[in-house]
Write a protein that binds this ligand. Structure first.
Ligand SMILES: Nc1ncnc2c1ncn2[C@@H]1O[C@H](COP(=O)(O)OP(=O)(O)OP(=O)(O)O)[C@@H](O)[C@H]1O
Ligand SMILES: O=C(CO)[C@H](O)[C@H](O)COP(=O)(O)O
Length: 317
């Protein structure tokens, strides 16, 4: 199927809306926070209404094989991207798939899984925005882009704690991956509707691996909530909306959430977003949760914005 055909099939009127799930892509390099973001979203939507898949499952080689091959997991040649694209098209048109499963705890493949798409499908991983065809399957696309120093720290800690690596093994692997990261992963940033950059506080007051600010690039490829009445363009305030230059020089809105944003600031924004998708919806609780149980306000606000888009998609159909 071509990307044009899949867009047509998913466009209003050609498929019954109830058979087309709302599809969200969360892309970014390893350790950039995709699973953390997606987990909170899925919990807010409700497990019975949301299917989450990690496209690491489409790896071609297991960990032992990759150790001896001149390839990294970030190379398209190390992944069945054609099967990933086929499966994304099937999910996007409401059909079930028989999905491979890669187990990060052991670095091996497990039993395939029968998966029927629920009304919301979140696809997270290294390659969801890689090809025209895969991009055509999504309603909303996000790319997580934390500063490399922070991502490395997050990955080292997580891989050592949960994936059976030593810290020096992860450091070596990060260095080995750098060329593939630059060639195949980071270029996907330009195809996202929203680019999220978590970073340390502007005054450097917080520990370096617990970022407390977020910069959200809101590209005009989707309709964002009207926030201008709520936020100033003064970057000195806790929450601000101002125009910056995108990578290609075009002006783009940037929503900034600073460390000193209070819970009240966040609730104000939350209410504006939620009013935008209808007064009858309850504001979800428990957003912003990190793997260790700590809370991150910038993460919560990012998840709120994405929930706004997912709900808006439903209301527009
Ligand atoms: N917003 C955040 N604030 C603080 N720490 C975070 C945040 N997001 C992720 N982390 C930290 O980074 C680690 C890696 O995050 P996560 O597993 O979500 O990344 P990922 O992109 O899904 O990685 P992979 O692609 O390798 O599976 C987490 O265990 C957590 O410690
Ligand atoms: O880049 C990654 C995304 O999660 C992983 O390193 C890749 O999926 C291989 O997994 P593992 O290191 O657990 O064998």
């Amino acid at each position: 199927m071509s990307d044009k055909l899949i867009r047509m099939m998913r466009s209003r009127g050609s498929e019954p809306a109830e058979t087309r799930p709302v599809m969200l892509a969360v892309g970014g390099d390893s350790g950039s926070g995709k699973t953390t973001l997606a987990r909170g979203l899925a919990a807010a939507i409700g497990a019975h209404r949301c299917t989450t898949i990690g496209v690491d499952d489409y790896h071609r080689y297991d960990r032992a094989q990759l150790r001896v091959l001149p390839l990294t997991a970030l190379s398209p040649d190390a992944n069945y991207l054609d099967i990933m694209e086929q499966h994304l098209q099937m999910l996007a048109t409401g059909q079930p798939i028989l999905k491979p499963v890669y187990d990060h705890r052991t670095g091996t493949f497990a039993r395939t899984e029968y998966l029927r798409p629920r009304p919301f499908v979140i696809v997270e991983g290294l390659f969801p925005l890689f090809s025209k065809l895969s991009r055509a399957c999504f309603d909303i696309t996000v790319f997580l882009d934390p500063p490399e120093q922070i991502r490395h720290r997050w990955k080292i800690r997580r891989d050592a704690a949960c994936r059976g690596y030593t810290e020096s093994e992860v450091r070596r692997e990060l260095a080995r991956r750098e060329p593939d990261s630059a060639a195949y992963i980071r270029p996907q940033r330009r195809f996202a509707d929203i680019v999220v950059r978590f970073a340390p506080a502007r005054d450097g007051s917080d520990p370096p691996d617990t970022p407390s600010t977020a910069e959200l690039l809101l590209r005009p490829t989707v309709q964002h909530p009207p926030l201008t009445h709520l936020l100033t363009d003064d970057v000195g305030t806790a929450l601000s909306l101002n125009i910056i230059r995108d990578d290609d020089g075009t002006p783009v809105d940037c929503l900034r959430v600073h460390a000193d944003a209070t819970a009240d600031d966040a609730r104000l924004l939350e209410k504006a977003l939620w009013d935008g998708v209808g007064h009858d919806r309850e504001i979800p609780r428990g957003l912003g949760r990190l793997a260790d149980g700590a809370h991150s306000e910038p993460l919560a606000i990012t998840q709120e914005l994405l929930l706004f888009h997912l709900m808006q998609e439903v209301y527009q159909r």
